[in-house]
Design a binder for this molecule. Structure first.
Ligand code: TRP
Length: 447
């Protein structure tokens, strides 16, 4: 029997949009966006970021959706079947590896968010005073059992959703969680804006220091962030697109998703920076911004512990909806190739992801002496995945849709209706995206 005949589909275009925004909006928008923007000059970075989303993000997301929906199959089948040259299956496997590796350490960071949520909820952090949070965080991530336990809980909850299926698991979860996340985010932003002294935070986020725009490193950071935040290059968008109905209009969907993801990051910035500035803290703290700097802010804020509970709930759930999209990539491949049940595929791949993530979880404690390329384990794997695997995945999608597919195939798959839109899309895929990606890859090698 043709397996595509029984393949699951989203219940509606709205469900597809919600699931994709769920995939896009995650740790990347809150934890990663805030510290990368903090390190790269705030508003100048935001400007470069929006440019990257428009020039690269939007065309690549549309390309992934098109390949997925056209094939109605998982990422390996989609690449292998979309052309006569089945060596393209390798591009599918690369995406599977990217999703797997990414999820392995994503679950570790998401675990920190789970842990902070539970700690704030039960008040176990209330004894901490000024300057204690750095030590608290450092001690927590260094304790092997704790780090692995919370990582395990993230993987287990992700498996729990994916096991339930595309409609009953992924779609149902996003339908409940995404509106809830939007509500929490807006409430937090409103409160943060009302803080005295927060205006400096808004200026940091929206009033660019133009000289920062002359630094190439700002664009490199913006490009990497756009890939990570939109979720390009690991087959997650492709796989979600493969469950989309032929009636769904992909072009407008991409605009809503890219706009929604960007807005999510900006509003998260409105939550974080006014609060950081109102209490005189430094926004350029790096990856510990959300776990060390923000708790300092929460301690000083009136109602800060409630704010903290809501913030870490937001971070945990946003991470879960993203992790689910990453797990679905390899799960869908196993289900088809090995003809395993969804249960079996998901649990086995989940166990493998958990095992693969353990070194990342232990890298701050017992394995802190292991420093590949002079970086911590999690950081090194993050560099490898987000600076190498994801851009490589994005490059291959651009080549596949821009050069391997004919113009007719591409326009058909994306259901392009307006000639100039299609031409612009194809031009960006053929001539702009590959070069920009190669340039960023070159930036890795150059000092
Ligand atoms: N976009 C998510 C975030 O911002 C993470 C994510 C989900 C992702 N799917 C992806 C990143 C695919 C890269 C590729 O947190």
């Amino acid at each position: 029997m043709d397996p595509s005949a029984t393949r699951e589909q989203w219940g509606s275009s709205t469900s597809f949009i919600l699931a994709t925004i769920g995939s896009a909006a995650g740790l990347g928008n809150i934890w990663r966006f805030s510290y990368v923007a903090g390190e790269n000059g705030g508003a100048a970075f935001l400007l470069a970021y929006v440019l990257c989303v428009l020039l690269l993000g939007v065309p690549l997301v549309l390309a992934e959706f098109s390949v997925g929906r056209c094939a109605r199959g998982d990422v390996v089948a989609a690449y292998a079947g979309g052309t006569s040259k089945s060596s393209w299956a390798a591009a599918g496997w690369l995406a599977v590896v990217a999703a797997f590796v990414l999820l392995s350490y994503y679950a570790v960071v998401a675990g920190w968010a789970y842990k902070y949520f539970v700690s704030y909820l039960f008040g176990t952090m209330s004894h901490l005073g000024r300057g204690d949070y750095g030590t608290y965080f450092g001690d927590f991530i260094a304790r092997s059992f704790d780090a692995v336990l919370w990582q395990f809980l993230v993987v287990a909850s992700t498996v729990g959703v994916v096991v339930a299926g595309v409609k009953r698991g992924i779609e149902a979860m996003n339908k409940v969680l995404m509106p809830m996340l939007a509500a929490i985010l807006l409430l937090l932003a409103g409160y943060s804006l009302s803080l005295k002294g927060g205006a400096a935070g808004l200026a940091f986020l929206f009033d660019p220091d133009w000289s920062a725009l002359m630094r190439p490193s700002v664009y490199l950071a913006a490009l990497g962030q756009a890939f990570f935040s939109l979720g390009i290059g690991a087959g997650a968008l492709l796989t979600y697109g493969s469950y989309a109905s032929l009636k769904t209009r992909l072009g407008p969907t991409v605009l809503v998703v890219a706009g929604g993801d960007t807005l999510f990051a900006i509003v998260a910035g409105i939550v974080i920076f006014p609060a950081v500035f109102a209490f005189g803290l430094d926004p350029a703290q790096g990856p510990t911004l959300a776990f060390v700097t923000l708790p300092e802010v929460f301690r000083l804020m009136p109602g800060g512990s409630l704010f903290a509970i809501a913030f870490f709930l937001l971070l945990s759930l946003a991470a879960l909806t993203s992790a689910v999209s990453l797990l679905e990539v390899p799960a869908a491949v196993l289900i088809r190739r090995l003809n395993w049940s969804r249960n079996k595929s998901t649990i086995i791949i989940g166990a493998a992801v958990f095992a693969a993530g353990i070194p990342s979880a232990l890298g701050f404690g017992v394995l802190s002496g292991v420093r590949p390329f002079d970086l911590g384990i999690l950081e090194a794997i993050d560099h490898f995945a987000s600076k190498l695997l994801l851009p490589a995945g994005g490059f291959l999608v651009a080549i596949f849709v821009g050069w391997v597919w004919t113009k007719e195939q591409a326009f058909d798959a994306a259901a392009v209706r307006t000639a100039w839109v299609g031409r612009t899309w194809r031009f960006l895929l053929r001539y702009v995206a590959p070069w920009l990606i190669l340039l960023t890859l070159a930036g890795l090698i150059l000092p």
